[in-house]
Design a protein around this ligand. Structure first.
Ligand code: FES
Length: 578
């Protein structure tokens, strides 16, 4: 047994970061007294401390397996000689947060960062999964800059509905479109509802959660090969145990996130995002993570990377067959990284202390299922799945997921049909009297980060019912909102500056002409300057109502635009804060 005299110095371990009573020894005495109330021995309290950011919540179905994962992490920490102490943070789920989970990503990042910094831990394991949790944790880890390792929760397994193999949530949308079109009735859509999500874990497709898991691994912040392991697979538990053990080794190596999340690593992660045809939300989150280490995710550079990065994975919503469990069995992120090898910065450090190049070298010759992950010289698409657009309608950029869009709509001029808000859209979109044809371009305004909705996933504007009845499956739709990573269609998102920040999107009127050119990377409003100046002057007279207080007020006053990742301005490093 260790005696109190053997306790670590207050610079590390459980006695670091003492309270300011003005009496150091009293602070130590008080901290030990309370720790002993939990039954810890002096021996345990003398060990290196691994904090575990534990995001289990009954409001977060994607994390319902986290208690079992936590036990595995703690086993790993203990076996490696550390003391594992889990702590709760905010947990975010897509379907249980109003007005939307994105509104709270920065709050979770603040909570996590401050708890990592304030509590006596030498390293932290970040347990995340559902869409906004992993970016929030990576943002927090980058800012707190204590040794950190991400543990991904893993995707759900697919299920069956009659003859269909189904998984959330690309198939959720597929069935909902059928229901809206009258192809299936109320009883059937209710039957589908209980078949879409049947295991723990995150959405079963390459949505935002799986994209962010891939980004975390590409950045070097997870153990290799762990991003895509299904939530209920035994490998997921082994990954959790190994992550706990790795956290203890991280303490000894002193490897901090600032040496892992670098400009080069951000570029590697961007390549992976593009090669996966990953979620458009990944662009916003990656910009936010980059911003925390003082790196700008330049959308023009993003296009250069997109032009030179092939699409290598065919996981829904890209393609129509494969899910994340197939992607994992096919070789996972490691297989994609190996195919991208000649395009990556191989000298980037990873959380294990190996460089990316060393990691990939050790995996040479590993199995790959070529139906799901293509070789670089025979890709599914020669160019990246996402593209940034610029022009008079999006001076600071907009994003289109071309890999999930309809190529025949890529070069298109059409008449705008404008909805000024989500309420306006909800009231009119299915009105049989709505003046709209399949040739028009649907425009949604005031759904960006500074809007009252806080940039919801409303960019997947529904096709008006009367057009659905005519068999219309896709049309050009654009907004300053986001879209779920599981959605698909010719949908232009994240138009910046947003309407609520005075962007030209807010000046569009029904009947205006809009031109989209994916080839030229352009999005233009074909209205002359004098008319736009007149509209701008009229708009300037309207009052912007600020929320009276609290987080809403903080959010509206400090949130940055989509190209800066919608982080709060004051959370970025002082030198890069705007
Ligand atoms: Fe959690 Fe899709 S709702 S990942």
């Amino acid at each position: 047994m260790a005696s109190d005299d053997d306790a670590p110095t207050p610079e590390k371990g459980f006695l670091q970061g003492l309270q300011s009573y003005g009496d150091r020894d009293f602070s130590i005495y008080m901290r030990r007294a309370f720790a002993k109330s939990m039954g810890y021995s002096a021996d345990e309290l003398a060990r290196p401390v691994v904090g575990i950011a534990f995001t289990h919540s009954r409001f977060n179905p994607c994390h319902r397996h986290f208690p079992e994962l936590l036990e595995a992490v703690k086993r790993g920490v203990a076996a490696a000689g550390g003391l594992a102490l889990e702590f709760p943070t905010i947990s975010l789920h897509e379907s249980t947060l109003a007005p939307n989970s994105m509104k709270f990503r920065n709050l979770m990042a603040m909570d996590t960062e401050e708890m990592i910094r304030a509590q006596p831990m030498d390293a932290v394991v970040l347990m995340g999964g559902c869409d906004k949790t992993v970016p929030a944790q990576l943002m927090a880890a980058a800012s707190a800059n204590k040794p950190a390792i991400q543990l991904i929760g893993g995707p759900q397994m697919t299920s069956r509905y009659r003859d269909d193999r189904v998984g959330a949530c690309t198939d959720c949308r597929k069935f909902w479109v059928k229901f809206r079109a009258g192809e299936i009735g109320r009883a059937e859509i209710e039957a589908v509802e209980s078949r879409l999500v049947t295991t723990a874990g995150t959405c079963a497709v390459m949505g935002t959660a799986s994209t962010m898991a891939a980004i975390a691994e590409a950045l070097g912040m997870t153990l290799p090969g762990t991003a895509a392991i299904p939530a209920v697979h035994a490998d997921r538990l082994r990954a959790a145990e190994a992550t706990g053990a790795e956290a203890v080794r991280l303490i000894a190596s002193g490897l901090t996130p600032d040496r892992i999340i670098t400009a080069k690593a951000i570029e590697n992660a961007t390549r992976v995002l593009l090669a996966l045809g990953g979620s458009t939300n990944g662009v916003v989150h990656l910009a936010a993570i980059a911003g925390r280490v003082g790196v700008k995710l330049d959308l023009r550079r993003f296009n250069e990377l997109s032009d030179t990065t092939p699409v290598l994975a065919a996981v829904k919503p890209v393609g129509n067959e494969f899910y994340m469990e197939d992607f994992f069995a096919a070789g996972g992120i490691g297989a994609v990284l190996r195919e991208l090898r000649s395009l990556l910065h191989l000298d980037c450090m990873t959380v294990t202390g190996e460089t990316l190049g060393e990691r990939l070298g050790a995996e040479e010759g590993a199995y790959v299922d070529r139906r799901v992950i293509a070789p670089a010289d025979k890709p599914f698409e020669p160019q990246g799945g996402l593209v940034a657009l610029f022009g008079s309608l999006a001076p600071d950029g907009a994003i289109l997921k071309r890999s999930a869009a309809t190529p025949s709509l890529f070069e298109k001029e059409g008449r705008a049909v404008v909805f000024s808000s989500l309420e306006d859209m909800a009231q009119r979109i299915d009105d049989p009297r709505l003046d709209v044809t399949a040739d028009d371009i649907l425009v949604l305004q005031n759904a960006g980060p500074r809007s009252p909705y806080g940039m919801p996933e409303a960019g997947f504007l529904p096709i008006p019912k009367k057009l659905l009845a005519q068999g219309v499956k896709d049309m050009v739709r654009l907004s300053d909102a986001r879209m779920s990573g599981t959605a698909y269609g010719t949908i232009v998102l994240h138009v910046a500056p947003e309407a609520a920040a005075g962007g030209p999107l807010g000046l569009v009127r029904t009947g205006d002409r809009i031109r989209l050119s994916v080839k030229e990377r352009r999005l233009d409003l074909l209205v002359d300057k004098a008319e736009l100046d007149k509209r701008r002057a009229e708009a300037a007279g309207r009052d912007e109502k600020l929320p009276a207080r609290g987080y809403d007020r903080l959010f509206r006053e400090t949130v940055l635009q989509a190209p800066e990742g919608c982080d709060f301005d004051f959370l970025r490093p002082a030198a890069s804060a705007e």
